[in-house]
Ligand binder design. Structure first.
Ligand SMILES: C[S@@+](CC[C@H](N)C(=O)[O-])C[C@H]1O[C@@H](n2cnc3c(N)ncnc32)[C@H](O)[C@@H]1O
Length: 229
């Protein structure tokens, strides 16, 4: 299942009205989403005016969408606290620190039963999980055998949230580079990693670990989840 299918199914089930996407790039995930109000945030949008217009006629909500040319931190620093979101997709800078900050800021701007979807929570291999400060920094490492897919250490945010936020339901759907799902509620399985354990942890530990660190679920678990929101 693709990220857009998962996001749209959540929007449809919740009859959601407001959608936030952090990290839009060329709009592959942003443009197809159908919802009344959409806000896209990216300091470096990567689509032409023609593409934007084409999508505005294909999917009318793109015509009224807001495109915020800023980092997520700058966006949240000036966000209107009254205009909360129902569903958010976090796919900006792929570092542990920034993805965690994006989740925490989004939670502050989310409606009570809102749902966050995070991209890149289950990198396909260790090279894709390489920690770096940006995509360019990952490219500059010239990692032998790397295929160009860069998820970074976003997966650590899942482990952090599961260990430190017992007020959140957190799991990862095993599709499209791992789609993390975060919403308020009771965790289904406990994880208790200390700060030190988390800091030292590598993606090899996730792949080799006996523990289900990511609370990874088959993609079809989405349908069970949808019944509960
Ligand atoms: C992987 S792309 C997003 C892809 C898109 N969501 C999709 O599914 O097609 C990541 C985007 O995050 C943006 N980005 C990088 N740092 C960011 C930040 N601090 N805040 C918001 N977006 C950021 C980049 O400019 C890039 O366009």
């Amino acid at each position: 299942m693709l990220r857009t299918d998962v996001i749209q199914k959540i929007i449809d089930k919740k009859k959601a009205l407001r959608y936030l996407e952090i990290g839009v790039n060329n709009g592959d995930s942003f443009f197809p989403i159908e919802i009344a109000q959409k806000v896209g945030v990216d300091p470096s949008f990567a689509f032409s005016e023609e593409r934007k217009l084409e999508w505005a006629s294909k999917n009318l909500c793109n015509a009224t969408a807001q495109y915020i040319d800023a980092t997520s931190d700058a966006f949240f620093a000036s966000a209107n606290p009254i205009e909360r979101f129902d569903v958010a997709f976090i796919d900006g800078l792929h570092t542990y620190e920034q993805s965690l900050q994006d989740v925490l800021n989004t939670l502050d701007n989310l409606n009570e039963n809102g749902v966050i979807v995070m991209h890149d929570c289950k990198p396909p291999h260790v090279l894709a999980a390489c920690p770096a400060q940006s995509l360019q920094a990952a490219i500059d490492m010239n990692l032998p055998g790397w295929d160009g897919n860069w998820c970074g250490d976003v997966w650590k945010t899942i482990c952090y949230l599961r260990s430190n936020r017992k007020d959140l339901r957190v799991f990862v759907l095993d599709c499209d580079f791992g789609l993390g799902i975060v919403m308020k509620g009771k965790p289904d399985i406990d994880l208790n990693l200390s700060k030190d354990e988390l800091d030292k942890m590598t993606y090899e530990d996730v792949l080799n670990g006996k523990e289900n660190f990511l609370n990874l679920k088959d993609e079809n678990y989405l349908f069970e989840f949808l019944e509960t929101i």
